[in-house]
Design a protein around this ligand. Structure first.
Ligand code: FES
Length: 133
C-alpha cells in the first residue's frame, strides 16, 4: 500500500486484536501494526526497540494471550498498547515508535504522508502559496 492510503476498514480488525501492514514510503517499505480498541486504534512501527527485529514471528501475532499488551516474539518484551512503553523485558522504559494513522469514513488511513517529517518542514509548508509570509 502506498503512503497516505487506506489500510483497512475499522471492522476488518476485530476489537481487541492487531494487524500488520506494509506501507511504501519515499525511503522504503515501512512495516507497521495497528491495534484496535473499540473505535480507537494505536499504530506503531513493527520494530522492537531492543534490537530492531519485527515483533511478530507469526503474521499479525502482536499481542499477549489476553490481548492486553503488545509482546515481542524475540525476547518477550511487553509493551503498553496505549503509548508503546515497554513495561518489562530487556528494553524496559524504551518505547515503540508510533506511526500516524487516522480513522475516516469507517476506514483506517495512513497519515504519514500528510504530516511534516521534521520541525524544519513546518515553515516551508505553511508558507506555500502565501506571499505575505
Ligand atoms: S528484540 Fe524484542 S525484546 Fe529483544
Amino acid at each position: 500500500m502506498a503512503a497516505g492510503g487506506r489500510l483497512a476498514a475499522l471492522d476488518e480488525i476485530p476489537d481487541g486484536q492487531a494487524r500488520g501492514y506494509a506501507i511504501s514510503t519515499p525511503t522504503g517499505v515501512a512495516s507497521i501494526f495497528v491495534v484496535r480498541r473499540g473505535n480507537w486504534v494505536h499504530a506503531y512501527e513493527n520494530s522492537c526497540p531492543h534490537v530492531g527485529t519485527p515483533l511478530d514471528w507469526i503474521p499479525d501475532d502482536f499481542l499477549d494471550r489476553d490481548q492486553r499488551h503488545v509482546v515481542c516474539a524475540t525476547h518477550g518484551a511487553i509493551f503498553r498498547v496505549e503509548d508503546g512503553v515497554c513495561l518489562a523485558g530487556p528494553c524496559q522504559g524504551d518505547q515503540l515508535e508510533p506511526w500516524p494513522v487516522i480513522i475516516r469514513e469507517g476506514g483506517i488511513w495512513d497519515a504519514s504522508a500528510t504530516l511534516p517529517v521534521t520541525d524544519e518542514a513546518l515553515p516551508t509548508r505553511r508558507n506555500d502559496g502565501d506571499p505575505d509570509r
